[in-house]
Design a protein around this ligand. Structure first.
Ligand code: ADP
Ligand code: GN1
Ligand code: MG
Length: 358
């Protein structure tokens, strides 16, 4: 939002939605890597989130919004408190998505008196996040996953992510391949193991469920007054998937001792205590997990972290086309932290697999 003209356009976009009164204030909001998010304040004081869905995300933003409407309707049938379910706001012509040449826009009710924990959050917040993501899955366990459109096909299909990585290596579009041979070697050595979950999904050993697929802590809104989770947000990736993806991605992000783009790799390790409390919270909130799913939770963390390293390196090799970056080597730094985290998981593998005290 650089110029006044941009701002005027944004107000026009906001006015297409059924907000009840006119938007009088608008500001960029949040710190996601993919979408552009704004917070709108209307004349009557009510606030909303206006988001442009990134063009890199999907060719079918309308179907993605259908998914979000189905899922939030289902959750709302199980929750009395409106602050506990993300609520889409429709356009004045009753559409969940506004398609414009600038992109695809949507709106949500802003959840007042809420916050997203900073970074990885406190231990308490991380434990509560496990309950919230677990409850989200549990509440959707009676929703038929096949009713959802696979809006981001192969999102956590790790062999597919590795195929994209191989393509990026072959093209070497940004001429960066030569500088990252150690990272490439690490990923190639882990490719076989990283494909295990997808193979077990295909063979039917692991059940396909409705999953969130992007379980970073900042995708949960907490209540500012009580400190308890209110609702799960960022539902773009809600699709048929594996529980192990949701568990694994949360560990990847929230049990690391350093930020995703930390340059000093000595700071990156796995906080086993945080790993255990998240595992405890997730298992408690998801009583329907099968014995095999429970057993493979550590592998979920390792696979998703390896996959994320491959995704970041792919984007680096392609010239930073997918993840927003704020400096030149950010995707490489992100790759390196993920690789270090996988190594730290390997070092702590026995402890990660010990489920005795849970
Ligand atoms: P991204 O895909 O870019 O991460 P999110 O949907 O997670 O986008 O939104 C970005 C940020 O905006 C969130 O981390 C949160 O701080 C804020 N946010 C999103 N939706 C709401 C909402 N309904 N109420 C309050 N804050 C919200
Ligand atoms: C993206 O949008 P955000 O920042 O919550 C990405 C996730 C990655 C994450 C890495 C739709 O999440 O898959 O794990 O960055 N989301 C999408 O930080 O690709
Ligand atoms: Mg987000």
């Amino acid at each position: 939002m650089k110029t006044t003209a941009d701002k005027e356009t944004l107000y026009e976009i906001a006015s297409a939605f059924d907000t009840g009164s006119e938007a009088v204030y608008l500001e960029p909001f949040g710190s996601g890597h993919i979408n552009r998010t704004f917070r709108i304040t209307c004349r009557d004081g009510r606030r909303f989130i206006l988001q442009m869905i990134s063009k890199t995300l999907t060719d079918y933003p309308d179907k993605l919004m259908d998914n979000i409407v189905y899922v939030t309707n289902h959750l709302r049938s199980k929750e009395q408190d409106p602050r506990k379910v993300l609520t889409p706001v429709f356009t004045r012509t009753s559409l969940s998505l506004l398609s414009l040449p600038s992109g695809s826009w949507r709106m949500y009710r802003y959840v007042e008196d809420s916050f997203c924990p900073e970074g990885i959050g406190t231990e308490e917040e991380f434990y509560l996040a496990a309950s919230a993501f677990g409850k989200f899955e549990e509440q959707l366990s009676d929703f038929d996953p096949s009713l959802l459109f696979e809006s981001l096909p192969d999102f956590h299909n790790t062999p597919f992510r590795f195929r994209q990585f191989h393509e990026a290596l072959n093209k070497n579009a940004a001429g960066r391949k030569e500088g990252v041979s150690r990272e490439i070697e690490f990923l190639l050595a882990h490719e076989e193991e990283a494909g295990m979950l997808q193979r077990m999904r295909e063979s039917g050993e692991l059940p396909v469920r409705v999953t969130h697929n992007d379980t970073k802590l900042n995708n949960i809104l907490f209540d500012r007054k009580t400190g308890k989770p209110l609702c799960v947000i960022d539902l773009d990736t809600v699709m048929p998937g594996l529980s192990l993806y949701d568990f694994g991605d949360a560990i990847r992000f929230g049990a690391s001792t350093a930020s995703e783009d930390e340059k000093d790799l000595e700071k990156v390790t796995l906080n086993l205590h945080r790993y255990r409390i998240f595992r405890k919270g997730f298992q408690e909130a998801c009583p329907g997990l099968t014995p095999l799913e429970r057993e493979l939770l550590p592998l979920g963390a390792k696979v998703i972290t390896t996959e994320q390293a491959a995704r970041f390196l792919t984007d680096y090799l392609n010239g930073d086309r997918y993840y927003q970056i704020s400096y030149e080597e950010q995707n490489l730094n992100r790759t390196r932290t993920q690789i270090r985290l996988v190594q730290e998981m390997e070092r702590n593998w026995a402890a990660m697999n010990l489920n005795a005290e849970l």
